[in-house]
Design a protein around this ligand. Sequence first.
Ligand code: SF4
Ligand code: SF4
Length: 295
Amino acid sequence: MRVAIASGKGGTGKTTVASSLARVWERALIAVDLDVEAPNLHLFLRPVFEETGPAWIETPVVDESKCNFCLACSELCQFKAISVMGSVVLTFPEMCHGCGGCIAVCPQEAISPGKRELGEIGWGHAGETQFLTGRLRVGEAMSPPLMRQVKSRLKDILTAKGLDAIIDSPPGVSCPAVNAVMESDCIVLVTEPTPFGLHDFRLAWEAFAPLGKPMGAVINRAGVGNRDVYAFCAEKEIPVLAEVPCERAAAEGYARGRIIADLSPEFRDIFVSLAAKITELAVSAPAPLKEAANA
Ligand code: SF4
Ligand code: SF4
């Protein structure tokens, strides 16, 4: 089972929920940080890394001595990362998504794969929990290619070892956020009961609902704000899976890099109950919903 922890905006408590769930999860687990632009799950789970290494993307290198300037490469590239200007072929590696299309389409075999560093991928253990993360290189604009590599590594691990996965997804509703939740079996949307929280929660629901996956809400900082987010959940039939109370101890614990589930038996009970409800939500989803989600 793959559980994506997502939110419509940053700072709602997504990593708080992901780290605490990882702490109380009863089955064999891998915790994954797919928020590669700003990964911070490791600050809470404190894994020991056993493998870290650079992640690369293949970018085109053109041998103009072979080129007949037929334009096929530039016409194919949807990202304007390769362009033919008269008798010059320009490449823009920072815009390249590494699809390899220009290499495949070149009739002169004038394009070969070069490489550009995207960032790094790390794998290790936090106690019994496996841990996988990606970190985008400073200055790198595109996170989806690195996310795809982390997800590919995750797929290999899940296939080999049959673990559950808790995925800390990027915040927001842009391409990286949708990319992160696409292969999950269940989406947990973290929000807070404020007008801002509701605004971004609504955007997240609108972005993710068409994926047809079981979805539930966690209300973080419960007790502040108003009840509008609860009303929205009721209207859209989004189950509220847990409420994490707004307590000073939680804020202090977070600031110190503590896992909230470790702070007290009451906090731990909240996440034990959440883990059970997530499992129930994913397992009991109607077959058509599961089939649509996995299509
Ligand atoms: S497809 Fe190949 S031959 Fe055609 S312009 Fe591009 S590099 Fe040159
Ligand atoms: S590899 Fe794909 S994205 Fe990169 S330049 Fe070639 S066609 Fe464009």
